[in-house]
Design a protein around this ligand. Structure first.
Ligand code: NAD
Length: 281
């Protein structure tokens, strides 16, 4: 069944991390379709500017776009996000847990950075789902929850273990959530709530300069809209350097570390790196 109806005009979307990058571009695209859009991010000039520009592109007028300052790791602020959203628009049909931090690089990072990264990248989506899912289950039409993961949460490349761990846990959480939603007796019709894992490739976001190998946020947003409409759970984006076929080979290689009794992260192990490079390109 085509679930394009999630994005119908007058439906309501909540997008976290909407001040920059993929979140901001998504907010623009949804507002252009005539959806009401609630943008959530930390306070700052970037957020103010983003809300202003999304309001300008809103098909149904500036009042259909709300910017609510929210730290997604704080249960009280998520509760406020829910209350203001439901009071203003009456429901939510699309929740996109997109906000991210990249603080805390390696194992030696300060514990406060470890905690903050897990709180934003993992607890943020968990709190978002707990806040919005109950009302979404009562919607008469189809609704969707999209959690934004990363290939780093699947293949675990060396260098940024805190981020990888947060995204790997988010993948496991979202897989279990989709199973739970599919099994929920109150959620059995064609109009049910579905969960999805969006996995961008290398994408130019934030304030980074665009490089030829990267995709632009609009391409990732296009994959999200298409993937949800087609009810695909894993929405894995390529980029201009890594094709879908290469991604599949890399994902399989990582899984086969276990089944082939290789060391973990063997793609970067001196005994295996050459073979992996040849097989995964
Ligand atoms: N850009 C890439 O190459 C890439 C690759 C793989 C996955 N992703 C994922 O895509 C999503 C979007 O990434 P992006 O590159 O567009 O991000 P970005 O860095 O451009 O924007 C992230 C936004 O999240 C906000 N944010 C940070 N902490 C927050 C908090 N506590 N509460 C609310 N908002 C907070 C930031 O202020 C910022 O506006 C992320 O989940 C990221 O992990 C991105």
């Amino acid at each position: 069944m085509n679930r394009d109806r999630v994005f119908e005009p007058n439906n309501v979307a909540v997008v976290t991390g909407a001040a920059l990058g993929i979140g901001k571009t998504l907010a623009v695209r949804l507002a252009e379709k005539g959806m009401s859009v609630v943008m959530a991010d930390l306070q700052g000039q970037d957020f103010d500017n983003a809300v202003k520009s999304v309001r300008q592109s809103a098909l149904k007028g500036p009042d259909t776009v709300l910017g609510i300052v929210t730290d997604v790791s704080d249960p009280r602020q998520i509760e406020n996000l829910k209350t203001v959203t439901l009071d203003t628009f009456g429901g939510v049909h699309l929740l996109v847990n997109n906000a991210v931090t990249r603080i805390g690089r390696g194992f030696e990072a300060d514990l406060s950075e470890w905690r903050r990264a897990i709180e934003i990248n993992l607890w943020g989506p968990i709190l978002g789902v707990r806040a919005f899912l109950p009302s979404m289950l009562g919607n008469p039409g189809p609704s969707a929850i999209v959690n934004v993961g990363s290939k780093q949460g699947i293949t675990n490349p060396p260098g940024h273990p805190i981020y990888n761990i947060s995204k790997s846990a988010l993948k496991t959480y979202t897989e279990a959530l989709e199973h739970e939603l599919r099994s929920n007796l109150k959620n059995q019709s064609d109009n049910r709530v579905t969960a999805h894992l969006l996995v961008p490739g290398w994408t130019t976001t934030g304030k980074a300069e665009h490089k030829p190998g990267a995709w632009l946020p609009d391409q990732v947003v296009g994959m999200l809209l298409e993937g949800v409409a087609e009810n695909r759970f894993y929405i894995i984006c390529p980029d201009n350097e890594v094709s879908a076929e290469m991604d599949n080979k890399r994902i399989l290689w990582a899984a086969q570390d276990m089944t082939e009794n290789r060391p973990p992260l063997s793609r970067w192990h001196p005994d295996f790196a050459q073979i992996a490079k040849a097989e995964c390109s």
